[in-house]
Design a protein around this ligand. Structure first.
Ligand code: AMP
Length: 473
């Protein structure tokens, strides 16, 4: 029985849901003004595994993620780089999608950008004004917090407590200091869209409820983000959606990931501890990064240190060695079949139990490692059928986790093969610098090239244990 910790009730609740219906799941996506960092990686890997597990458990899931492609940070960065904010956002949206692909995040059904939903955003604001929850002043539109009595239900604080907890920028147009922006009047040099209140752009919170309404409706099942979004972002989303629909709850289950810190501190450009996903993948495999993330419960903080990546690589190296050993089978019948079958049944049950307990991936992974430990002494001595059921078990559980070194050389993706060919051509032409760049790209896909007397060989497994980026030609 699946239990999920719900931020709204602060309890683990039984997830009762018909398997004939589709779970509607929404995850707050990134603000695309720079390369994604490992904190993003943490949050999106965690929700990828949650969506994968729901599907593995037999549920149908529609997973929607927004892309914040218009925002102050985007405009500021675009001004610094002297380019159009829309071009900057598009560029980093593409880079984000590349990173998620490299990290094996494949559970999202639909991505949708704020700027693709301006009509929906305006329609929601119009309804809020009509219902008297919002007001216009000087081309800005604000949500009137005093009209929504339940503000604070998700962060479990009264409005007064919230007011003390945050610093509010003074704004003479607001009726109450705590009211938040739904529509921002155009400032010179900023992108804008026409609206009933004059040219401008959407506020942050309204983008999510508008995109969600378009694809999921005004009430749905699961909404996710990292801990920092509980207040004011998710709190304000509830206010908007419940004010429009007049129905409660907007969302049944609210899930929040813990923060990824770097050496105990919040990641930020100014403190110099900002690490992008790209940087990590120069030296380590995507599977190792996923492994590191999944060896922490999604609600726990992660204090990132490079040594954790090394540990993750060596844990995967152990799995890799085990799987290689398994594949060396014997022809004669062994007496271990019944024992192995029983072990697999027990481990599968424990895997389910762990994941059913608020998606406890670290416990699920520990069960797999216990299995390896138990089978390891007999691993080099198995018959074909035994090896097959063990490998099938790894493939099955890895359809949820996406961390195991399971791919064989024969299954190298076409894209990697194409890159390898391109690299070989460049090498032959003596363009070693360019060839090295391609080698790096191949490495980031989880493969390594070894130049042998017979020509270049692409390998998957050997990547584990590496701690440095390849630079050889
Ligand atoms: P942003 O790009 O800042 O809009 O963030 C996109 C998503 O990543 C949100 O759910 C954030 O809460 C989450 N996020 C940002 N930084 C971190 C971090 N250091 N650790 C975990 N999640 C994060």
């Amino acid at each position: 029985m699946l239990k999920i910790y719900n931020t709204l009730t602060r309890k683990k609740e039984i997830f009762r849901f018909s398997k004939n219906k589709t779970i509607k799941m929404y995850v707050c996506g990134p603000t695309v003004y720079d390369f994604s960092h490992i904190g993003h990686g943490r949050t999106y890997i965690a929700f990828d595994v949650i969506a994968r597990y729901l599907r593995y458990s037999g549920y149908k899931v529609f997973y929607l993620q927004n892309i914040t492609d218009i925002d102050d940070k985007i405009i500021n960065r675009a001004n610094e780089e002297k380019i159009d904010p829309k071009i900057l956002a598009k560029r980093f949206e593409k880079e984000y999608l590349k990173d998620t692909k490299t990290l094996g995040i494949k559970s999202v059904n639909k991505y949708s950008g704020a700027t693709q939903n301006i009509r929906e955003i305006i329609s929601q604001i119009q309804r809020l004004i009509k219902k008297n929850y919002a007001y216009e002043k000087n081309g800005n539109v604000y949500f009137d917090i005093t009209k929504f009595k339940d503000y604070g239900q998700l962060s479990h604080q009264s409005l007064n407590q919230l007011k003390k907890a945050v610093r509010i920028e003074p704004d003479a147009s607001k009726a109450h200091s705590f009211d938040f922006l739904l529509w921002k009047a155009k400032k010179s040099g900023e992108p804008f869209w026409p609206s009933p209140w004059g040219p401008g752009r959407p506020g942050w919170h309204i983008e999510d409820t508008a995109i969600a309404e378009r694809y999921l409706g005004l009430q749905y099942d699961i909404h996710c983000g990292a801990l920092d979004l509980i207040f004011p972002h998710h709190e304000s989303e509830i206010a908007q959606a419940e004010a429009i629909s007049g129905k409660k709850p907007f969302v049944r289950f609210w899930l929040h990931t813990g923060f990824l810190l770097v050496n105990g501190e919040k990641m930020s450009k100014s403190s110099g501890n900002f690490i992008t996903i790209r940087e990590i993948l120069k030296n380590y495999s995507p599977q190792a990064f996923r492994f590191l993330i999944l060896s922490h419960h999604y609600r726990s903080p992660i204090d990132y240190q490079e040594s954790l990546m090394k540990q993750a690589e060596s844990s995967l190296e152990r799995v890799s060695e085990f799987l290689e050993k398994i594949k060396k089978t014997k022809n004669k019948k062994q007496k271990t079949r019944a024992r192995i079958e029983a072990l697999l049944i027990k481990t599968r049950k424990k895997f389910f139990q762990a994941m059913d307990d608020d998606f406890n991936a670290p416990r699920a992974i520990a069960e797999i490692f216990n299995l390896i430990k138990t089978i390891n002494p007999m691993a080099g001595n198995l018959e074909k059928k035994e090896a097959k059921i063990i490998l099938d078990f790894f493939k099955e559980t890895d359809s949820v986790l996406g961390v195991m070194p399971l791919r064989k050389t024969g299954q190298i993706p076409d894209m990697v093969l194409k890159l390898a060919k391109e690299r070989e051509k460049l090498r032959k032409e003596g363009k070693f610098e360019k060839a090295d760049k391609i080698r790096q790209k191949i490495f980031e896909q989880g493969y390594e090239i070894e130049d042998t007397p017979k020509g270049p060989q692409i390998k998957f497994k050997k990547i584990y244990g590496r701690t440095r980026s390849p630079t050889r030609h």
